[in-house]
Design a protein around this ligand. Structure first.
Ligand code: NAD
Ligand code: ZN
Length: 361
């Protein structure tokens, strides 16, 4: 079968393998890297129900001894409570640091189980098996893991690079439409920050139905490579990695204000359009960039404006940024396919956001 592989050149390099039917081969792929040991198969209840049995069978056929743990699906589970439950499960099942955590699911599972693997006995081995489009192109790559607190998202976490990332594109067949669109939000982000050709391609495509399995596989590996290259150059997020935050500052504010009823990729879509409008208004990117981005987001079922006002969004951003001094770094497009970072004083936030018509006037 035809698989694609992307290498992430972090301190301990690892591969991302992308292809159809890989879930059934995960045991064999993992055992090529680490001798059979105990494996904690961690997932949410939805994904465990769909794919847990196949993954377990494959791991056991390769000699791993599997113990499974599933928690309720969704962002509401990305909490200290779930983390503790996972740690208790690992302890009561007798896992030690030579064993393996297999995180099977979307970004919530990858982040929470990944974090557990980073701190249980000061670190176990981790393999990521992302099953949502967003997790394949984004959260499973780069080693950021963590959980949310009541005060905000991703406030506690660790860098934990996996030994391997396995993306089975077949799993996307059961992904709900809205979740697929969220993944497209991040894919469009990659196009905006570094791949004008991908942007052109998606703009010409006739929405989701134009993405055959083969094309989707190509897009996932392209995006995973863009992220892998940025992460390889800046593993601990001190510089270039900030580009990946395009659309995320306003996006996170919209997401938080909505009480997380809006999906992450949808919020990022709104954040990207508003940042592009701001960049156009300030003369940093050519006129018409905003319009093209909006057309592309609409084509893939993503929103591009919000009912929150510039003041409401600025207040949320300021609250989030308090801990980091009086400057905010915004990622702005120069043109389609290239972005840059620019710092502003935090008190300028409302005025800047006010430049975008995407916020309620
Ligand atoms: N670590 C990082 O670098 C990073 C980057 C981006 C996002 N994230 C995090 O990722 C999370 C979002 O990830 P997500 O969008 O995958 O959310 P998610 O994990 O909640 O998955 C979305 C929904 O899709 C379901 N699902 C997943 N795969 C499925 C499949 N194949 N078939 C049917 N249903 C399936 C899940 O059960 C869930 O209900 C957020 O918490 C975000 O903070 C982390
Ligand atoms: Zn994101």
């Amino acid at each position: 079968m035809d698989y694609k592989t992307v290498l992430v050149r972090t301190n301990e390099p690892y591969s991302i393998i992308i292809g159809e039917g890989l879930l059934n081969r995960c045991g064999e792929l993992i055992s090529a890297l680490t001798p059979p040991c105990r494996a904690a198969l961690i997932s949410d209840e939805t994904v465990m129900g769909l794919y847990g049995p196949n993954v377990k069978t494959s791991l056991e056929a390769a000699g791993f001894s599997v113990h499974s743990f599933a928690f309720p699906a969704g962002e509401k589970s990305k909490t200290p409570e779930t983390l503790l439950e996972i740690l208790d499960f690992l302890a009561s099942s007798g896992f030690d640091r030579s064993d393996l955590v297999v995180a099977l699911g979307g970004g919530v599972v990858g982040d929470t189980a990944g974090f557990a693997s980073a701190i249980y006995m000061r670190g176990m081995k981790l393999v990521q098996i992302p099953t949502s489009l967003l997790a394949m192109v984004d959260s499973s790559v780069g080693g950021k893991t963590g959980i949310d607190l009541n005060s905000g998202k991703n406030l506690v976490g660790a860098f934990k690079q996996p030994k391997l990332v396995i993306c089975d594109t077949q799993a996307l067949k059961t992904l709900p439409e809205e979740q697929f669109a969220c993944g497209m939000g991040e894919i469009i982000k990659y196009a905006m920050i570094s791949d004008a050709e991908l942007f052109e391609f998606l703009s010409k495509a006739n929405g989701k139905c134009a993405l055959s399995d083969e094309i989707l596989k190509g897009i996932i590996s392209l995006c995973a490579k863009i992220k892998a290259d940025i992460v390889s150059a800046d593993e601990f997020d001190n510089g270039e990695r900030q580009l990946l935050n395009f659309g995320h500052m306003i996006g996170h504010a919209v997401e938080k204000r909505s009480g997380y009823t809006l999906g992450h990729g949808q919020a990022v879509g709104i954040g990207m359009t508003m940042m592009t409008e701001i960049s156009e208004e300030l003369g940093f990117c050519p006129e018409g960039t905003w319009k093209r981005l909006v057309e592309l987001l609409v084509k893939f079922g993503l929103p591009h404006k919000t009912d929150f006002t510039a003041r409401e969004l600025a207040e949320t951003i300021i609250m989030d940024k308090k801990r980091r001094g009086d400057e905010i770094t915004l990622v702005m497009p120069k043109k389609i396919g290239a972005c840059f970072c620019k710092s502003f004083k935090i008190y300028e936030a409302e005025e800047l956001i006010g430049l975008a018509k995407g916020a309620r006037q």
